[in-house]
Design a protein around this ligand. Structure first.
Ligand code: ARG
Length: 586
């Protein structure tokens, strides 16, 4: 978007110096100092090529620009050329593009023809989605949306942890207690039911060796493909998915692939064969391992257990290859907590050792932990509200929605019940999600309802309100200014209007930074800045009548409403890209 401003500048310079536009474009940059205009051109390279002193070229170009771009002021500051535009000039360059495509500030085609796999959420089944799952789920979800907005083909993958010895135990417990499908069906929350069963069988196995043996036998039967074991495993998996879908539904998250660990369980032979034939596999106490000491990993990677069973690492290797076969990815990302850094480091090193064409395309998008404020302890605690109890994601989301409902009812009692519920949902969920995304992902996240739902803070609800405020101005304009003329950009003359336009134009840089660093916080912060710019523009009207969007001069109002529409669309789309809903009324 900023390119729309840069292009005419680069064009004029290119023409004047008889150069290619493409050569000059990269030299036109955002100002290096605050107050140094809207764009700058460091003239060193250009001057060198012309064999003149940079300051001289800067002032020569300043003259050229002033005469070729109406509304531009150009001046030389030493070797730098600084350019500023009048608000109307900026509006004239940007608003038509934004009218054609309201989301254009948050679009980019840099990913066209490229594909990316994003492995995110990927919980273990027969367990609840805990509060910490918000991180992988929503970082992954927003990256998926942002990659899509940048033209990439995105495969959203939920690599369910649906394999392992825990399932043998569960089956053993189920059989011992003579449970039936109707028992599970009757449970309010099926995962809670399975958890409780798991606790009972584990306690029994500890007390009685024969129970532990039963559990092992069932694990083995499951691995060997025994029909009864498989059927029960499927029951557990379906029950878990039913619960997961409720939470994903609340969050508005979807996946394209649900191939989990179990899918790869019988597809491991080629992986092992390849490691074997490349001479990477060695024996260690009956187990098969890959030695990565040359790559700096002290411990060899366990690929196959002595009893023949495969492991998480092996299944990930198989899944990686399978994704490449299916999606021919240019990038494959794993949105998984930083604690699994070693697991991915090792996996990527194996891919390299195998000379995989995709070895350099793998990325671990790690993140820190989430801490919840505890009133009793007066501290942010990890993972649990009460000691030892897992804090469920659904519980946090629902509590946030309940609190949001109270805020919404107070703020706007005129909304119908249904509307209040919908807004409370958007605000409650948005509070949790935005709190998670607003800071760099590698840091830990602190969560406190009051902070996340603070309308004056750097929060989702602050952004949602800014968006709803713009919507309401548009509605008022539509109902009271039906016979307004078409908005003329020449009437946008205020600096705060120009500021909003520039903030919109800079969104694409935030998008690029987000992609380059897999860091949704870049977009989140840019949206906060945009909202702040919008707010100071709109607030000017409360002191100065002439600054109001809808004021006495219909022609001016019509021009301003175009900027309102552009800002509203950009903010709304930015929120969507982060995974938030932007209600039109709040
Ligand atoms: N199921 C794993 C866990 O809960 C996360 C899986 C992440 N994805 C992967 N391809 N390893 O820890």
């Amino acid at each position: 978007m900023l390119d729309l401003l840069r292009a005419p500048v680069a064009q004029a310079i290119a023409q004047h110096l008889d150069l290619d536009l493409a050569e000059v474009m990269p030299l036109v940059i955002p100002p290096t100092k605050a107050g140094a205009g809207d764009l700058a051109v460091p003239c060193f390279a250009l001057a060198k090529a012309r064999k003149v002193a940079p300051p001289r070229l800067a002032s020569e170009l300043a003259d050229t620009l002033a005469s070729t771009i109406p509304g531009a002021q150009a001046s030389a500051a030493g070797p730098f050329l600084n350019i500023s535009f009048s608000p109307a000039t900026v509006a004239g360059m940007l608003l038509p593009a934004l009218a054609d495509n309201p989301c254009v500030a948050l679009r980019d085609d840099s990913g066209a023809g490229h594909s990316v796999c994003i492995d995110f959420s990927s919980p273990n089944i027969a367990k609840h989605l805990a509060f910490h799952h918000i991180r992988s789920t929503m970082i992954g979800n927003s990256l998926a949306r942002i990659y899509q907005a940048c033209g990439w083909d995105v495969a959203r993958i939920n690599f369910l942890g649906d394999w392992g010895t825990a399932f043998g135990r569960l089956i053993a417990g189920w059989k011992r207690e003579n449970l039936s499908l109707s028992d599970l069906e009757a449970a309010d929350d099926k995962v809670t039911f399975l958890n409780a069963l798991y606790v009972r069988i584990s306690t029994a196995a500890e007390a009685d060796a024969s129970v532990a043996e039963e559990a092992r036998t069932w694990s083995k039967r499951l691995e060997d493909g025994d029909t009864e074991a498989r059927e029960l495993w499927q029951v557990f998996k379906d029950a878990s998915l039913t619960e997961f879908h409720k939470v994903y539904g609340l969050l508005g998250v979807d996946f394209d692939s649900w191939k989990g660990e179990a899918y790869y369980e019988d597809k491991m032979a080629p992986v092992l064969a390849e490691l074997e034939s490349s001479g990477l596999l060695s024996k260690d106490d009956g187990a098969s391992v890959v030695d990565l000491s040359a790559e700096g990993f002290k411990k060899p990677v366990l690929i196959k257990r002595a009893d023949g069973g495969t492991l998480y690492a092996t299944r990930d290797l198989a899944a990686c290859q399978d994704r490449f076969n299916e999606f021919n990815f240019d990038r494959s990302m794993y949105v998984v907590d930083l604690g699994q850094g070693l697991h991915f480091g090792v996996g990527f090193a194996v891919a390299k050792k195998l000379d995989k064409p995709y070895a350099d395309r793998l990325r671990h998008v790690g993140f820190g932990v989430v801490l919840m404020w505890d009133e009793t302890e007066q501290a942010f605690l990890k993972g649990s509200s009460k000691k030892g109890r897992v804090l469920l994601l659904t519980d946090v989301l629902n509590e946030s929605i309940t609190r949001a409902r109270a805020i919404v009812a107070e703020k706007n009692p005129e909304l119908s019940d249904d509307e209040q519920n919908a807004v409370a949902h958007a605000v409650g969920i948005g509070a949790v999600v935005f709190n998670d995304l607003k800071n760099g992902r590698k840091g830990d996240v602190k969560f406190r309802y009051e902070d996340a739902l603070n309308m004056q803070g750097d929060t989702g609800v602050y952004l949602q309100f800014a968006h709803a405020r713009l919507c309401s101005i548009e509605r008022r304009f539509a109902s009271t200014c039906a016979d307004a003329p078409a908005g003329d950009v020449q009437l946008l003359t205020r600096d705060d209007e120009k500021n909003v336009l520039l903030l919109i134009a800079r969104m694409r840089d935030a998008l690029r930074l987000t992609l380059d660093n897999d860091e949704p916080s870049q977009l989140a912060q840019a949206l906060l800045q945009l909202a702040a710019g919008i707010s100071s523009w709109l607030s000017a009207g409360s002191k100065d009548h002439s600054a109001r969007v809808i004021g006495d001069d219909l022609a001016v109002s019509a021009a301003r409403i175009r900027l309102v529409a552009a800002a509203r669309a950009t903010l709304g789309e930015g929120l969507r890209l982060l995974g938030l809903i932007a209600p039109e009324r709040m």
